[in-house]
Ligand binder design. Structure first.
Ligand SMILES: CC(C)(COP(=O)(O)OP(=O)(O)OC[C@H]1O[C@@H](n2cnc3c(N)ncnc32)[C@H](O)[C@@H]1OP(=O)(O)O)[C@@H](O)C(=O)NCCC(=O)NCCS
Length: 190
């Protein structure tokens, strides 16, 4: 068995892999039809796939933009559409890929990784090196049409990683904060 991680700009994902990524996504979110491209190109989507022989077993996308928080500018990246093939869940593939994405973000020079997830998945992301930002809300959408992660009916937590010394120094400003992410109307909360 040969396991490997491959990554591509979303728009350059080889067709034979993209077909499988869409299968995994469809399996996980059956009510939603995923367009191609799936993400706002302005967020420079980078797709990462975990491949076992020729089969995609897990996939995710990294989205990124500059943000300003508490008077500081940061190169921020986030995780989106994290998914493991249903038949292959519970074997550590998801953890392996979200840990690799964290390393990839650090290597790419981002200051900070930031995203929200449903509360029950907090431990899953923590097991891959991500940390909870206590009491923190990400404000998605746009300044004109904000989409906060604490809207009624949502039960989200905010996960983070601080990659650069400057970001690490400012970590306290990310706790119990409302962070203006504003990724736009397509990837409302990445
Ligand atoms: C979330 C998901 C990607 C995890 O992938 P996976 O390959 O099964 O994860 P792993 O095998 O690495 O599991 C790691 C841990 O997370 C836990 N976990 C996984 N999904 C969980 C869930 N929905 N709720 C609570 N815990 C969960 C596992 O039990 C495991 O814990 P353990 O090691 O203590 O047993 C997968 O369940 C999935 O595709 N879900 C549907 C899509 C989704 O919800 N994506 C995330 C939000 S965008």
């Amino acid at each position: 068995m040969v396991m490997r991680i491959e990554s591509f700009p979303e728009s350059a994902t080889p067709a034979e892999l993209l077909v499988q990524v869409r299968e995994l996504q469809q399996e996980a979110w059956p009510g939603f039809t995923f367009p191609t491209p799936n993400h706002d190109p302005a967020l420079r989507p980078l797709s990462m796939v975990l491949v076992d022989d020729d089969a995609v077993v897990a996939a995710l996308d990294i989205l990124s933009k500059e943000i300003t928080h508490a008077g500081q500018r940061y190169r921020a990246a986030g995780l989106s559409t994290v998914v493991t093939r249903k038949a292959a869940r519970g074997r550590g593939y998801g953890r392996h890929l979200v840990a690799a994405a964290r390393t990839a973000m650090a290597d790419a020079g981002f200051d900070v990784g930031l995203f929200t997830c449903d509360r029950p998945l907090q431990a899953f992301y923590e097991s891959a090196g991500w940390q909870l930002l206590p009491g923190t809300v990400l404000i998605g959408g746009t300044p004109e049409d904000p989409f906060p992660s604490d809207r009624p009916g949502f039960d989200k937590v905010t996960m983070a990683a601080f990659f650069t010394p400057a970001a690490e120094r400012h970590r306290p400003s990310f706790h119990h904060a409302r962070i203006e992410l504003y990724p736009g109307q397509i990837d409302k909360l990445w």
